[in-house]
Design a protein around this ligand. Structure first.
Ligand SMILES: *[C@@H]1O[C@H](CO)[C@@H](O)[C@H](O)[C@H]1NC(C)=O
Ligand SMILES: *[C@@H]1O[C@H](CO)[C@@H](O)[C@H](O)[C@H]1NC(C)=O
Ligand SMILES: *[C@@H]1O[C@H](CO)[C@@H](O)[C@H](O)[C@H]1NC(C)=O
Ligand SMILES: *[C@@H]1O[C@H](CO)[C@@H](O)[C@H](O)[C@H]1NC(C)=O
Ligand SMILES: *[C@@H]1O[C@H](CO)[C@@H](O)[C@H](O)[C@H]1NC(C)=O
Ligand SMILES: *[C@@H]1O[C@H](CO)[C@@H](O)[C@H](O)[C@H]1NC(C)=O
Ligand SMILES: *[C@@H]1O[C@H](CO)[C@@H](O)[C@H](O)[C@H]1NC(C)=O
Ligand SMILES: CC(=O)N[C@H]1CO[C@H](CO)[C@@H](O)[C@@H]1O
Length: 350
């Protein structure tokens, strides 16, 4: 009786596990040699009922509900001896899962609700070469967050579309070749660019960089003849009157700036939308530069306006008759409006 029951249980277990092994490629898409498996959009909340074939080199589990907060789920991944590329985009991870996968070269954690880029100690001996943490909510990165990858072969890192304002961590990634910081919140080129290590490719598109002048790291590149660098800067908010130096730099170091011919000014108003390469700093009229002291000018003209209005109002009140000349004076204030505005066109900026 007991023997029959245990035999039955064993048979059930054997069938169940073999059914599972077959199931993966019924549920997911597998390449013929089982090196590539796509289990995207399967509504997976855990990997309890899934066993991946040990051949798999590239595993994608995009757009599921996986968190990898259990040892069981992590073990399913860590026990794959050939796993090289792991793509977990669009899962609610919230933190970088503490995987220990020696063979892994590419890890993609895009759109996984990360607020931190802290790599757990389990990555100490990793072989990671490329990491993408794009489309997350990372506000800041502690210098030590990537320290565990110091000895890795990491050459390419993307932090596109986060909320970063600084990048001290770059100094802890001595083999990095390419860093993507597009769509973050940089307001100037960070000083870490002056000691570039092995980095040759910087991307700072779609940030809020306003001024690039002789204090910028690009001047150090120029002085040290770093000609094999590339930096992408399109779609920032450049003030061309405060960036004379950069406009001159472009003329002598055009090839260093990626898509340099697409760079446009955002301010001041009379240069908005103009291409930097079309400007000649010696001929630019920046005297009426309303961006230099906008607050002071605003406050002063506000003051003058209030005084004039008060005088006019008092005058009208006293005279008890409308005075058209009073209104003309108010019109006069409008002359601070800075000439024809060039509308910023999205296509041009692209
Ligand atoms: C996952 O896919 C569904 C459609 O199947 C989509 O509506 C949803 O936005 C996707 N999730 C993420 C995080 O992109
Ligand atoms: C990394 O490797 C060293 C020696 O090779 C070992 O002592 C250490 O435990 C490993 N660390 C991890 C997190 O696997
Ligand atoms: C990390 O790995 C190095 C060797 O690669 C080893 O010397 C060190 O002890 C490891 N640290 C930890 C905390 O595992
Ligand atoms: C960075 O991390 C270290 C060690 O965990 C901590 O002492 C330091 O205060 C952190 N720095 C910032 C700016 O959060
Ligand atoms: C350098 O960065 C640009 C912009 O992000 C990217 O298109 C290009 O592929 C990168 N090149 C290398 C060699 O990584
Ligand atoms: C940079 O190159 C110029 C001319 O090619 C040379 O005169 C100058 O000494 C170089 N500077 C450095 C720091 O190598
Ligand atoms: C450079 O401009 C071309 C179009 O002119 C565009 O296809 C490409 O994506 C741009 N590259 C970067 C890195 O902005
Ligand atoms: C500052 C700036 O030029 N921003 C533009 C960047 O590009 C997007 C479209 O891709 C525009 O919407 C922004 O206005």
């Amino acid at each position: 009786m007991y023997i029959h029951l245990s035999i039955a249980i064993i048979i059930v277990l054997v069938i169940k596990s073999s059914v599972n092994a077959i199931d993966v490629c019924k549920l997911c898409q597998c390449s013929d040699d089982l090196t590539l498996i796509n289990c995207d959009k399967k509504g997976l909340q855990n990997l309890d009922n899934i066993d991946f074939p040990s051949n798999v080199k590239t595993l994608t589990l995009i757009n599921n509900s996986l968190k990898f907060d259990t040892i069981n789920d992590r073990t399913k991944i860590e026990s794959l001896p050939k796993l090289t590329n792991l793509i977990l985009n669009q899962n609610p991870l919230e933190i970088i899962p503490p995987f220990n996968i020696r063979t892994l070269q590419f890890l993609s954690l895009e759109d996984t609700s990360l607020t931190s880029a802290e790599f757990p100690i389990s990555y100490n001996n990793s072989s990671l070469q490329r990491i993408s943490l794009s489309n997350n909510k990372i506000h800041s990165i502690n210098e030590t967050d990537f320290l565990v990858l110091h000895n890795s072969q990491l050459t390419e890192l993307s932090l596109k579309n986060n909320q970063l304002k600084s990048c001290e961590f770059l100094l802890n990634l001595p083999r990095l070749y390419s860093i993507n910081l597009d769509k973050n919140q940089f307001t100037s080129l960070p000083e870490q660019l002056t000691t570039p290590g092995k980095i040759r490719n910087y991307s700072f598109m779609h940030n809020f960089i306003t001024v690039i002048d002789e204090t910028s790291p690009l001047n150090i590149w120029l002085k040290n003849n770093y000609t094999n660098m590339k930096i992408y800067l399109t779609n920032n908010s450049l003030d061309c009157c405060l960036s004379f130096w950069f406009i001159r730099f472009l003329k002598i170091s055009f090839e260093i700036v990626g898509n340099a011919s697409l760079l446009t000014c955002t301010s001041p108003l009379n240069f908005a939308g103009k291409l930097l390469i079309d400007l000649n700093p010696d001929e630019m009229n920046c005297h009426n530069d309303i961006t230099k002291k906008p607050r002071v000018i605003g406050i002063i003209s506000g003051f003058i306006g209030i005084i004039i209005i008060s005088i006019v109002a008092a005058f009208i009140w006293n005279q008890r008759r409308p005075l058209r000349s009073g209104y003309r004076e108010i019109d006069g204030i409008d002359e601070s409006y800075g000439g024809p505005a060039f509308p910023i066109s999205d296509e041009e900026i692209q």
